[in-house]
Design a protein. Sequence first.
Length: 467
Amino acid sequence: MIKHECGVFGIYDHDDAARLAYFGLYAQQHRGQESAGIVTFDGKAVHEHRGMGLVPDVFSEADLQCLVGRHAVGHVRYSTTGSSSSGNAQPFLANYKGRAIALAHNGNLVNAAQLREDLENEGAIFSTSNDTEVFMHLLVRALRHNDLPGAVKEACYRVQGAYCLLVMADGVMVAVRDPHGFHPLAFGRMNGSPVFASETCAFDLLEAEFVRTVEPGEVVVVEGNSVRSERLIGPMPEKPAQCIFELIYFARPDSYVFDEQVYQCRKKMGWNLAMESAPDVDFVMPFPDSGIYPALGFAQRSGLPYEHAMIRNHYVGRTFIQPSQSMRSFGVRVKINPVREMIEGKRICIIDDSIVRGTTMMTRVKKLRELGAKEVHIRISSPPVMSPCYYGIDFSSRGELIAAQHSLEEIKRKLDVDSLHYLSIEGLMGSVSKPQHYCMACFTGEYPVPCEECGDKFKLEGSCGSR
Protein backbone atom coordinates (compact mmCIF):
# COMPACT_ATOMS: atom_id res chain seq x y z
CA MET A 1 0.00 0.00 0.00
CA ILE A 2 1.20 3.50 -0.78
CA LYS A 3 1.60 5.52 2.39
CA HIS A 4 -0.49 8.65 2.58
CA GLU A 5 0.57 12.22 3.02
CA CYS A 6 -0.13 14.33 6.11
CA GLY A 7 -3.24 16.35 6.83
CA VAL A 8 -3.61 19.76 8.47
CA PHE A 9 -6.56 21.60 9.97
CA GLY A 10 -6.95 25.05 11.50
CA ILE A 11 -9.83 27.08 12.89
CA TYR A 12 -9.78 30.68 14.10
CA ASP A 13 -12.03 32.35 16.69
CA HIS A 14 -14.57 29.68 17.60
CA ASP A 15 -15.94 28.70 21.01
CA ASP A 16 -15.36 25.01 20.36
CA ALA A 17 -12.07 25.19 18.46
CA ALA A 18 -10.44 22.06 19.88
CA ARG A 19 -13.47 19.83 19.32
CA LEU A 20 -13.88 21.09 15.77
CA ALA A 21 -10.18 20.48 15.12
CA TYR A 22 -10.66 16.95 16.42
CA PHE A 23 -13.42 16.26 13.91
CA GLY A 24 -11.52 18.06 11.16
CA LEU A 25 -8.62 15.66 11.72
CA TYR A 26 -10.97 12.71 12.04
CA ALA A 27 -12.35 13.44 8.56
CA GLN A 28 -8.78 13.48 7.23
CA GLN A 29 -7.63 10.34 9.02
CA HIS A 30 -6.87 8.73 5.65
CA ARG A 31 -4.03 11.23 5.21
CA GLY A 32 -2.16 10.08 8.30
CA GLN A 33 -2.58 7.23 10.77
CA GLU A 34 0.71 7.34 12.64
CA SER A 35 0.18 10.28 14.98
CA ALA A 36 -2.14 13.19 15.65
CA GLY A 37 -1.97 16.46 17.53
CA ILE A 38 -3.81 19.70 18.33
CA VAL A 39 -2.50 23.01 19.69
CA THR A 40 -4.90 25.71 20.94
CA PHE A 41 -4.46 29.34 22.00
CA ASP A 42 -6.69 30.97 24.65
CA GLY A 43 -5.45 34.53 24.26
CA LYS A 44 -2.71 34.16 26.85
CA ALA A 45 -1.20 30.69 26.58
CA VAL A 46 -1.08 27.69 24.30
CA HIS A 47 -2.25 24.18 25.14
CA GLU A 48 -1.16 21.05 23.30
CA HIS A 49 -1.87 17.37 23.10
CA ARG A 50 -0.12 14.98 20.71
CA GLY A 51 0.28 11.25 20.54
CA MET A 52 0.83 8.15 18.47
CA GLY A 53 -2.10 6.42 16.82
CA LEU A 54 -5.46 7.28 15.30
CA VAL A 55 -7.30 10.47 16.19
CA PRO A 56 -9.90 8.82 18.51
CA ASP A 57 -7.12 6.90 20.25
CA VAL A 58 -4.95 9.98 20.82
CA PHE A 59 -7.71 12.25 22.17
CA SER A 60 -10.11 11.54 25.02
CA GLU A 61 -12.93 13.79 26.16
CA ALA A 62 -10.71 14.92 29.03
CA ASP A 63 -7.94 15.83 26.59
CA LEU A 64 -10.30 18.01 24.56
CA GLN A 65 -11.58 19.71 27.72
CA CYS A 66 -8.00 20.73 28.52
CA LEU A 67 -7.43 22.22 25.05
CA VAL A 68 -9.03 25.57 25.85
CA GLY A 69 -9.00 28.51 23.48
CA ARG A 70 -10.75 29.90 20.42
CA HIS A 71 -7.93 29.18 17.95
CA ALA A 72 -6.61 25.72 17.05
CA VAL A 73 -4.30 23.99 14.58
CA GLY A 74 -4.12 20.23 14.15
CA HIS A 75 -2.16 17.62 12.24
CA VAL A 76 -2.32 13.93 11.30
CA ARG A 77 0.91 12.30 10.20
CA TYR A 78 1.94 9.19 8.34
CA SER A 79 5.59 8.29 8.80
CA THR A 80 7.15 6.01 6.22
CA THR A 81 10.25 3.86 6.67
CA GLY A 82 11.92 6.22 9.11
CA SER A 83 11.52 6.65 12.85
CA SER A 84 8.05 6.69 14.29
CA SER A 85 7.93 8.49 17.60
CA SER A 86 5.84 10.99 19.51
CA GLY A 87 8.70 13.48 19.22
CA ASN A 88 7.99 13.75 15.50
CA ALA A 89 4.24 14.19 16.00
CA GLN A 90 2.87 17.58 15.01
CA PRO A 91 1.92 20.39 15.33
CA PHE A 92 5.47 21.37 16.19
CA LEU A 93 5.57 23.77 19.15
CA ALA A 94 8.41 26.13 20.07
CA ASN A 95 8.90 29.09 22.42
CA TYR A 96 10.83 32.17 21.43
CA LYS A 97 11.18 35.18 23.73
CA GLY A 98 7.96 34.34 25.53
CA ARG A 99 6.04 33.67 22.29
CA ALA A 100 4.64 30.20 21.67
CA ILE A 101 4.65 29.25 17.99
CA ALA A 102 2.73 26.26 16.61
CA LEU A 103 3.48 24.87 13.16
CA ALA A 104 1.75 22.13 11.16
CA HIS A 105 3.33 21.04 7.87
CA ASN A 106 2.34 18.75 5.00
CA GLY A 107 5.12 18.07 2.50
CA ASN A 108 8.87 17.59 2.22
CA LEU A 109 11.64 20.16 1.91
CA VAL A 110 14.19 18.94 -0.61
CA ASN A 111 16.99 21.16 0.73
CA ALA A 112 16.34 20.32 4.39
CA ALA A 113 19.65 18.50 4.94
CA GLN A 114 21.72 21.46 3.72
CA LEU A 115 19.65 23.94 5.72
CA ARG A 116 20.01 21.81 8.82
CA GLU A 117 23.78 21.66 8.39
CA ASP A 118 23.94 25.43 7.94
CA LEU A 119 21.81 26.00 11.03
CA GLU A 120 23.86 23.61 13.15
CA ASN A 121 27.02 25.41 12.05
CA GLU A 122 25.41 28.57 13.43
CA GLY A 123 24.76 26.85 16.77
CA ALA A 124 21.22 25.58 16.33
CA ILE A 125 20.27 22.48 18.32
CA PHE A 126 17.73 20.01 16.92
CA SER A 127 15.57 17.63 18.95
CA THR A 128 13.91 15.71 16.08
CA SER A 129 14.81 14.27 12.68
CA ASN A 130 11.93 16.16 11.10
CA ASP A 131 12.27 18.80 8.38
CA THR A 132 9.49 20.80 10.04
CA GLU A 133 11.95 21.66 12.80
CA VAL A 134 14.26 23.09 10.15
CA PHE A 135 11.47 25.41 9.08
CA MET A 136 10.80 26.38 12.70
CA HIS A 137 14.45 27.43 13.18
CA LEU A 138 14.26 29.58 10.04
CA LEU A 139 10.99 31.09 11.23
CA VAL A 140 12.37 32.01 14.66
CA ARG A 141 15.41 33.69 13.12
CA ALA A 142 13.17 35.69 10.79
CA LEU A 143 11.00 36.81 13.74
CA ARG A 144 13.93 38.91 15.03
CA HIS A 145 13.03 41.62 12.51
CA ASN A 146 9.57 40.66 11.16
CA ASP A 147 6.00 40.20 12.28
CA LEU A 148 4.65 36.66 11.95
CA PRO A 149 3.48 36.88 8.31
CA GLY A 150 6.74 38.52 7.27
CA ALA A 151 8.78 35.90 9.12
CA VAL A 152 6.84 33.08 7.47
CA LYS A 153 7.52 34.57 4.03
CA GLU A 154 11.22 35.04 4.77
CA ALA A 155 11.53 31.44 5.98
CA CYS A 156 9.68 30.15 2.91
CA TYR A 157 12.10 32.06 0.69
CA ARG A 158 14.94 29.84 1.96
CA VAL A 159 13.24 26.47 1.63
CA GLN A 160 12.70 24.41 -1.50
CA GLY A 161 10.19 21.67 -2.11
CA ALA A 162 6.62 21.01 -1.04
CA TYR A 163 4.86 22.59 1.89
CA CYS A 164 1.41 23.46 3.09
CA LEU A 165 1.77 25.25 6.40
CA LEU A 166 -0.45 26.42 9.23
CA VAL A 167 1.40 28.70 11.66
CA MET A 168 -0.16 30.15 14.83
CA ALA A 169 1.32 32.64 17.29
CA ASP A 170 -0.09 35.42 19.51
CA GLY A 171 -3.58 35.15 18.09
CA VAL A 172 -2.45 35.29 14.45
CA MET A 173 -2.91 32.35 12.08
CA VAL A 174 -1.04 32.09 8.78
CA ALA A 175 -1.80 29.53 6.06
CA VAL A 176 0.73 29.01 3.25
CA ARG A 177 0.91 26.90 0.11
CA ASP A 178 4.23 26.52 -1.70
CA PRO A 179 4.74 28.26 -5.10
CA HIS A 180 4.25 25.03 -7.05
CA GLY A 181 1.15 24.07 -5.06
CA PHE A 182 2.24 20.45 -4.72
CA HIS A 183 -0.31 19.62 -2.01
CA PRO A 184 -3.87 20.89 -1.46
CA LEU A 185 -5.05 23.43 1.08
CA ALA A 186 -8.63 24.70 1.30
CA PHE A 187 -10.11 27.78 2.96
CA GLY A 188 -13.63 27.90 4.37
CA ARG A 189 -15.86 29.41 7.02
CA MET A 190 -17.90 27.97 9.83
CA ASN A 191 -20.46 30.39 11.21
CA GLY A 192 -18.10 33.20 10.22
CA SER A 193 -14.98 31.59 11.69
CA PRO A 194 -12.17 31.02 9.17
CA VAL A 195 -11.16 27.37 8.73
CA PHE A 196 -8.38 25.63 6.79
CA ALA A 197 -7.99 21.98 5.85
CA SER A 198 -5.99 19.81 3.50
CA GLU A 199 -9.26 18.49 2.06
CA THR A 200 -12.82 19.78 1.84
CA CYS A 201 -14.24 16.55 3.31
CA ALA A 202 -13.28 18.06 6.69
CA PHE A 203 -15.61 20.99 5.98
CA ASP A 204 -18.44 18.64 5.03
CA LEU A 205 -18.30 16.86 8.39
CA LEU A 206 -18.37 20.18 10.24
CA GLU A 207 -21.03 21.67 7.92
CA ALA A 208 -18.59 24.46 7.13
CA GLU A 209 -18.71 26.39 3.87
CA PHE A 210 -15.93 25.74 1.37
CA VAL A 211 -14.95 29.21 0.14
CA ARG A 212 -11.98 28.54 -2.15
CA THR A 213 -8.63 26.84 -2.64
CA VAL A 214 -5.56 28.53 -1.19
CA GLU A 215 -3.58 29.33 -4.33
CA PRO A 216 0.02 28.24 -4.99
CA GLY A 217 2.38 30.81 -3.48
CA GLU A 218 -0.42 32.41 -1.45
CA VAL A 219 -0.15 33.48 2.19
CA VAL A 220 -3.51 33.86 3.98
CA VAL A 221 -3.24 35.87 7.20
CA VAL A 222 -6.04 35.76 9.79
CA GLU A 223 -5.80 38.34 12.56
CA GLY A 224 -8.72 39.59 14.59
CA ASN A 225 -11.60 40.28 12.22
CA SER A 226 -9.28 40.53 9.23
CA VAL A 227 -8.53 37.89 6.59
CA ARG A 228 -6.07 39.06 3.98
CA SER A 229 -4.19 37.47 1.11
CA GLU A 230 -0.49 38.07 0.45
CA ARG A 231 2.14 36.47 -1.78
CA LEU A 232 5.39 34.69 -1.04
CA ILE A 233 8.67 36.46 -1.75
CA GLY A 234 10.47 35.84 -5.01
CA PRO A 235 9.52 34.79 -8.53
CA MET A 236 6.69 32.33 -9.01
CA PRO A 237 6.76 29.33 -11.38
CA GLU A 238 5.05 29.78 -14.72
CA LYS A 239 2.50 27.12 -13.77
CA PRO A 240 1.61 24.99 -10.74
CA ALA A 241 2.93 21.45 -10.27
CA GLN A 242 0.12 19.87 -8.24
CA CYS A 243 0.49 16.25 -7.15
CA ILE A 244 -1.54 14.13 -9.58
CA PHE A 245 -1.56 11.25 -7.06
CA GLU A 246 -3.94 13.27 -4.89
CA LEU A 247 -6.55 12.64 -7.57
CA ILE A 248 -5.43 9.10 -8.39
CA TYR A 249 -5.23 7.76 -4.84
CA PHE A 250 -4.66 9.95 -1.80
CA ALA A 251 -7.62 12.29 -1.47
CA ARG A 252 -11.02 11.13 -0.30
CA PRO A 253 -13.38 10.75 -3.27
CA ASP A 254 -15.90 13.17 -1.73
CA SER A 255 -13.33 15.99 -1.56
CA TYR A 256 -12.62 18.84 -3.92
CA VAL A 257 -8.87 18.96 -4.50
CA PHE A 258 -7.15 21.47 -6.82
CA ASP A 259 -10.68 22.61 -7.76
CA GLU A 260 -11.43 19.11 -9.06
CA GLN A 261 -14.10 16.74 -7.78
CA VAL A 262 -12.04 13.66 -6.92
CA TYR A 263 -14.82 11.11 -7.49
CA GLN A 264 -15.49 12.36 -11.02
CA CYS A 265 -11.79 12.45 -11.90
CA ARG A 266 -11.30 8.83 -10.86
CA LYS A 267 -14.35 7.71 -12.83
CA LYS A 268 -13.00 9.56 -15.87
CA MET A 269 -9.66 7.78 -15.45
CA GLY A 270 -11.49 4.46 -15.59
CA TRP A 271 -13.54 5.63 -18.56
CA ASN A 272 -10.40 6.60 -20.48
CA LEU A 273 -8.72 3.35 -19.46
CA ALA A 274 -11.60 1.38 -20.99
CA MET A 275 -11.30 3.38 -24.19
CA GLU A 276 -7.64 2.36 -24.41
CA SER A 277 -7.94 -1.32 -23.52
CA ALA A 278 -11.08 -3.28 -22.58
CA PRO A 279 -10.56 -7.08 -22.55
CA ASP A 280 -13.17 -9.72 -23.35
CA VAL A 281 -14.07 -10.88 -19.83
CA ASP A 282 -17.07 -11.95 -17.77
CA PHE A 283 -16.94 -8.99 -15.40
CA VAL A 284 -14.92 -6.06 -14.04
CA MET A 285 -13.95 -5.96 -10.37
CA PRO A 286 -12.05 -3.40 -8.29
CA PHE A 287 -9.54 -4.08 -5.58
CA PRO A 288 -11.26 -2.13 -2.78
CA ASP A 289 -11.20 0.60 -1.95
CA SER A 290 -8.82 2.45 -4.25
CA GLY A 291 -9.98 0.71 -7.42
CA ILE A 292 -13.71 1.23 -6.93
CA TYR A 293 -14.14 4.58 -8.65
CA PRO A 294 -12.06 3.95 -11.79
CA ALA A 295 -13.74 0.53 -12.00
CA LEU A 296 -17.14 2.24 -12.14
CA GLY A 297 -16.02 4.41 -15.04
CA PHE A 298 -14.37 1.43 -16.76
CA ALA A 299 -17.53 -0.68 -16.53
CA GLN A 300 -19.76 2.14 -17.74
CA ARG A 301 -17.59 2.83 -20.78
CA SER A 302 -16.90 -0.82 -21.68
CA GLY A 303 -20.39 -2.11 -20.98
CA LEU A 304 -18.96 -4.96 -18.92
CA PRO A 305 -20.71 -6.13 -15.73
CA TYR A 306 -19.35 -4.64 -12.50
CA GLU A 307 -18.96 -6.95 -9.52
CA HIS A 308 -17.42 -6.91 -6.05
CA ALA A 309 -15.69 -10.28 -5.90
CA MET A 310 -13.23 -9.06 -3.26
CA ILE A 311 -14.60 -7.83 0.07
CA ARG A 312 -12.61 -5.55 2.32
CA ASN A 313 -12.73 -5.71 6.11
CA HIS A 314 -12.97 -2.02 7.07
CA TYR A 315 -12.36 -2.70 10.77
CA VAL A 316 -8.75 -3.79 10.45
CA GLY A 317 -6.25 -1.29 11.79
CA ARG A 318 -2.59 -0.97 10.89
CA THR A 319 -1.59 -3.53 13.52
CA PHE A 320 -3.18 -6.70 14.82
CA ILE A 321 -2.21 -9.87 16.72
CA GLN A 322 -0.33 -12.14 14.35
CA PRO A 323 -1.45 -15.77 14.00
CA SER A 324 0.84 -18.77 13.76
CA GLN A 325 3.30 -18.99 10.89
CA SER A 326 1.23 -21.79 9.35
CA MET A 327 -1.55 -19.33 8.47
CA ARG A 328 -0.02 -18.09 5.21
CA SER A 329 -0.70 -14.59 3.87
CA PHE A 330 -2.81 -13.74 6.92
CA GLY A 331 -2.04 -10.03 6.58
CA VAL A 332 -3.57 -9.97 3.11
CA ARG A 333 -6.58 -12.15 3.91
CA VAL A 334 -7.53 -10.30 7.07
CA LYS A 335 -7.92 -7.09 5.04
CA ILE A 336 -9.48 -8.40 1.81
CA ASN A 337 -11.18 -11.72 1.08
CA PRO A 338 -12.70 -13.17 -2.10
CA VAL A 339 -16.26 -14.27 -2.80
CA ARG A 340 -15.26 -17.73 -4.00
CA GLU A 341 -18.36 -18.52 -6.04
CA MET A 342 -17.79 -15.42 -8.16
CA ILE A 343 -14.28 -16.43 -9.24
CA GLU A 344 -14.13 -20.10 -10.23
CA GLY A 345 -14.08 -20.55 -14.00
CA LYS A 346 -14.48 -16.81 -14.67
CA ARG A 347 -12.57 -14.41 -16.88
CA ILE A 348 -11.90 -11.44 -14.62
CA CYS A 349 -10.63 -7.91 -15.22
CA ILE A 350 -9.13 -6.31 -12.11
CA ILE A 351 -9.11 -2.50 -11.89
CA ASP A 352 -6.69 -0.79 -9.52
CA ASP A 353 -5.21 2.69 -9.26
CA SER A 354 -1.50 1.82 -9.34
CA ILE A 355 1.20 -0.80 -9.03
CA VAL A 356 4.27 0.33 -7.08
CA ARG A 357 6.37 -2.61 -5.90
CA GLY A 358 4.00 -5.26 -7.25
CA THR A 359 4.11 -7.56 -4.20
CA THR A 360 0.48 -6.97 -3.16
CA MET A 361 -0.81 -7.50 -6.69
CA MET A 362 1.19 -10.74 -7.03
CA THR A 363 -0.38 -12.10 -3.84
CA ARG A 364 -3.91 -11.24 -4.93
CA VAL A 365 -3.51 -12.64 -8.43
CA LYS A 366 -2.09 -15.84 -6.96
CA LYS A 367 -5.16 -16.16 -4.76
CA LEU A 368 -7.49 -15.70 -7.73
CA ARG A 369 -5.62 -18.42 -9.61
CA GLU A 370 -5.88 -20.76 -6.61
CA LEU A 371 -9.64 -20.17 -6.55
CA GLY A 372 -9.94 -21.25 -10.16
CA ALA A 373 -10.10 -18.01 -12.14
CA LYS A 374 -9.97 -18.92 -15.83
CA GLU A 375 -8.31 -15.65 -16.88
CA VAL A 376 -6.98 -12.68 -14.92
CA HIS A 377 -6.53 -9.34 -16.68
CA ILE A 378 -5.27 -6.18 -14.96
CA ARG A 379 -6.03 -2.58 -15.88
CA ILE A 380 -4.35 0.25 -13.95
CA SER A 381 -5.89 3.75 -13.89
CA SER A 382 -2.50 5.51 -13.85
CA PRO A 383 0.73 5.25 -15.88
CA PRO A 384 3.63 3.10 -14.63
CA VAL A 385 5.36 4.58 -11.57
CA MET A 386 8.95 4.97 -12.80
CA SER A 387 10.59 7.39 -10.34
CA PRO A 388 10.59 8.14 -6.60
CA CYS A 389 8.84 11.21 -5.23
CA TYR A 390 10.76 13.87 -3.29
CA TYR A 391 7.79 16.03 -2.36
CA GLY A 392 6.01 14.09 0.38
CA ILE A 393 4.81 10.82 -1.15
CA ASP A 394 6.07 7.45 0.07
CA PHE A 395 7.25 6.02 -3.23
CA SER A 396 10.14 3.61 -3.00
CA SER A 397 13.59 4.20 -4.33
CA ARG A 398 13.81 3.57 -8.06
CA GLY A 399 15.32 0.15 -7.41
CA GLU A 400 12.13 -1.04 -5.73
CA LEU A 401 9.68 0.25 -8.36
CA ILE A 402 8.62 -2.69 -10.49
CA ALA A 403 7.94 -0.57 -13.59
CA ALA A 404 11.40 1.02 -13.38
CA GLN A 405 13.11 -2.38 -13.39
CA HIS A 406 10.98 -4.43 -15.76
CA SER A 407 9.27 -4.12 -19.13
CA LEU A 408 5.51 -4.40 -19.48
CA GLU A 409 5.85 -7.98 -20.69
CA GLU A 410 8.13 -8.86 -17.76
CA ILE A 411 5.69 -7.36 -15.26
CA LYS A 412 2.88 -9.33 -16.86
CA ARG A 413 4.85 -12.56 -16.39
CA LYS A 414 5.85 -11.70 -12.81
CA LEU A 415 2.24 -11.01 -11.89
CA ASP A 416 1.06 -14.13 -13.78
CA VAL A 417 -1.75 -12.33 -15.62
CA ASP A 418 -3.22 -12.82 -19.08
CA SER A 419 -2.96 -9.15 -19.98
CA LEU A 420 -1.85 -5.87 -18.42
CA HIS A 421 -2.48 -2.27 -19.45
CA TYR A 422 -1.64 1.01 -17.72
CA LEU A 423 -3.53 4.22 -18.44
CA SER A 424 -1.48 6.41 -20.77
CA ILE A 425 -0.19 9.84 -19.82
CA GLU A 426 -2.64 11.28 -22.36
CA GLY A 427 -5.51 9.34 -20.83
CA LEU A 428 -4.62 10.53 -17.35
CA MET A 429 -4.32 14.14 -18.42
CA GLY A 430 -7.66 13.85 -20.20
CA SER A 431 -9.23 13.11 -16.81
CA VAL A 432 -8.51 16.54 -15.29
CA SER A 433 -9.55 20.05 -16.29
CA LYS A 434 -6.10 21.68 -16.28
CA PRO A 435 -3.59 18.97 -17.25
CA GLN A 436 -0.69 21.43 -17.54
CA HIS A 437 -0.95 22.20 -13.80
CA TYR A 438 0.15 18.80 -12.46
CA CYS A 439 3.41 17.23 -11.31
CA MET A 440 4.04 14.01 -13.24
CA ALA A 441 7.54 13.30 -11.91
CA CYS A 442 6.70 9.84 -10.59
CA PHE A 443 5.75 8.83 -14.15
CA THR A 444 8.20 10.88 -16.21
CA GLY A 445 11.19 11.55 -13.93
CA GLU A 446 10.91 15.27 -14.74
CA TYR A 447 11.08 17.06 -11.38
CA PRO A 448 9.64 20.59 -11.02
CA VAL A 449 12.05 21.30 -8.13
CA PRO A 450 15.48 19.67 -8.50
CA CYS A 451 16.72 17.70 -5.53
CA GLU A 452 20.49 17.34 -5.77
CA GLU A 453 20.87 16.09 -2.21
CA CYS A 454 18.13 13.47 -2.46
CA GLY A 455 19.34 10.78 -4.81
CA ASP A 456 17.24 7.68 -4.21
CA LYS A 457 17.05 8.30 -0.46
CA PHE A 458 16.41 11.37 1.63
CA LYS A 459 19.18 12.26 4.05
CA LEU A 460 16.71 13.87 6.45
CA GLU A 461 13.29 12.69 7.47
CA GLY A 462 10.46 14.65 5.92
CA SER A 463 7.40 15.92 7.72
CA CYS A 464 5.54 12.83 6.59
CA GLY A 465 8.40 10.44 7.22
CA SER A 466 11.69 9.51 5.67
CA ARG A 467 12.35 7.70 2.41
